[in-house]
Each structure stands twice: as structure tokens, then as C-alpha cells.
Write a protein that binds this ligand. Structure first.
Ligand code: BTN
Length: 259
């Protein structure tokens, strides 16, 4: 794989050859006052983690990073920055590589139904304010993830050649900053704090492959199937079951089953 060479490219990117998880290092730096939009990148993670307490295999060649955000949002609206991150990643991949990617609810990036990137977020609050949000992204770039996870794919698998991760990360960070700024600014200038929601959700819906699909939902203690009919203004997935009832899913796994 190509070297990362991140050091010095942007002064708020902290690069490490190896970490347990960029989530933990980002949290440590955030507690020590690291600025909004700083990022932590690791070439390799020894205990990378995914959603729902899963292990995230993080070998050389991938792009494993976490960003520190200090959005001016009340904690119940923090999920919006996750949607902004998957929107920004889709835009970036389309712009640089012309990849027709789709977002799978809540925030996975898929290429032809195979997983190209996953997103994990963690938050710390202080009173009724967000102190910081850490958004971690694992993007398969010059690695071969399908050895460990048959349903995963990397950019190198798609394009047939390795690509520069530095440019990719820096373009993504620019795009993400713009997406967050646009929506947070809108909210700051509005007396209606819910006005952020529709705009990021509207944009997210243009990029998703989940709506209209038959899906299987798995939560800790339940599973069921239905058709994904919409995502509401709180980011919840709405599933229509066979008997016509609508089920609202706020947490869990969603597997695409077909159209
Ligand atoms: C998922 O799809 O379950 C989310 C995967 C998130 C992986 C990234 S890699 C960088 C950051 N550090 C971690 O330990 N996890 C996230």
C-alpha cells in the first residue's frame, strides 16, 4: 500500500502508525481541548471497533480515522452529524472516483451492495450541551477486506489499482466541514431548532439505497422483515410490515433483501 504521508498536510490531522482505536485517541485529545474538525488517523488499529460492539478489522492500506466535532446542537440532535458524514463521504467518492455509492441506513456506504465504509459515533455531554462528538470512519481503500468479510469491498478492488489516501482524506474533510457548516449555520440562524433536520435528511435520502427495499431488521432481542418506506425527521427508519403496520427503528442493523 501507498504510505499515508499525512503529517503536516493539515495541521489538525494527528497521524499514528498504530493505535488500539482512533476513537479512544480522539476522545483523549478532545478531552485535552483538541479543536473542532481535528482528526486522528492510524495506519493500523489493533482493536478497531464497529457498531453494536463488533470488531472492525483494520489492516494496512485502509483509511481508519476519527474526527472531533463540537457542533452547536443540543444532544438529542447530535445524530445529524453522522448523517452529514455519510452524505459528505458519498459526495467525495462520487467526485473523486466517480463511484456510484449508496448509503445504507443508518450510515454505511455501499458499492453494489458491498460494504465500502462504516461509521461509528460516540458523544460526551456537559449538562445539556454537547461537549464533543467523535465520528469514526473505516473506509476500505487499498486493503482487501473481502478476505475477512466476504460482503466488503475496497476502492482498490473496484478500480483495480491503489489510490492516494492523503488526497482522499483531505478532500473528504473539506467536504464534511462544508456539509456540517451549511447545516449547523442554518440552524444557528433559525429560531426553529428542527430546521436542520429536514435539510440533511433530504440530502441523505437522495443518496440512500435503503428506501423502497425489502429489509431485514435485527436489534438486540428482535428481528423482523418489511419494506423500508421512509426515514423520518429524527433519522429513524420506518418499516412497513406485511400486515401493513409501520414500525419505527432507531437502533439496530438493517440488511437489504432486494427491491
Ligand atoms: C461499522 O460499520 O460498524 C462502523 C465501523 C467504524 C470503524 C472505524 S475505523 C476508525 C474508527 N476507529 C474505530 O475503532 N472504529 C472506527
Amino acid at each position: 500500500p501507498l504510505p499515508l504521508y499525512f503529517k503536516g498536510h493539515r495541521d489538525n490531522i494527528h497521524y499514528f502508525p498504530m493505535l488500539n482505536s482512533t476513537m479512544d485517541k480522539a476522545r483523549e485529545l478532545a478531552r485535552a481541548d483538541a479543536s473542532h474538525m481535528s482528526a486522528v488517523v492510524a495506519e493500523v488499529q489493533q482493536s478497531g471497533r464497529g457498531r453494536l460492539n463488533r470488531k472492525w478489522v483494520s489492516q494496512e492500506g485502509g483509511l481508519w480515522f476519527s474526527m472531533i466535532l463540537r457542533p452547536l446542537l443540543p444532544p438529542p440532535l447530535a445524530w445529524q452529524v453522522n448523517f452529514a458524514a455519510s452524505v459528505a463521504m458519498s459526495i467525495t467518492l462520487k467526485k473523486i472516483f466517480d463511484l456510484d455509492v449508496r448509503v445504507k441506513w443508518p450510515n454505511d456506504i455501499l458499492y453494489q451492495e458491498r460494504k465500502l465504509a462504516g461509521l461509528l459515533s460516540e458523544m460526551e455531554t456537559e449538562g445539556d450541551m454537547i461537549s464533543f462528538v467523535i465520528i469514526g470512519i473505516g473506509l476500505n481503500v487499498n486493503n482487501s477486506p473481502s478476505k475477512a468479510e466476504p460482503n466488503a469491498i475496497s476502492i482498490m478492488d473496484i478500480l483495480g489499482k491503489p489510490v492516494h489516501r492523503r488526497n482522499l482524506l483531505s478532500d473528504f474533510l473539506d467536504q464534511f466541514e462544508a456539509t456540517v457548516d451549511e447545516h449547523v449555520k442554518k440552524q444557528k440562524h433559525s429560531s426553529d431548532s428542527a430546521s436542520f433536520t429536514p435539510s440533511i435528511i433530504t440530502q441523505w435520502k437522495e443518496m440512500t439505497g435503503t428506501i423502497g427495499k425489502k429489509v431485514r431488521i435485527e436489534t438486540y432481542d428482535d428481528f423482523f422483515e418489511g419494506v423500508a418506506v421512509d426515514v423520518d425527521d429524527t433519522g429513524a427508519l420506518l418499516i412497513e410490515k406485511d400486515d401493513g403496520t409501520i414500525c419505527k427503528v432507531i437502533y439496530g442493523d438493517c440488511f437489504h433483501q432486494g427491491v
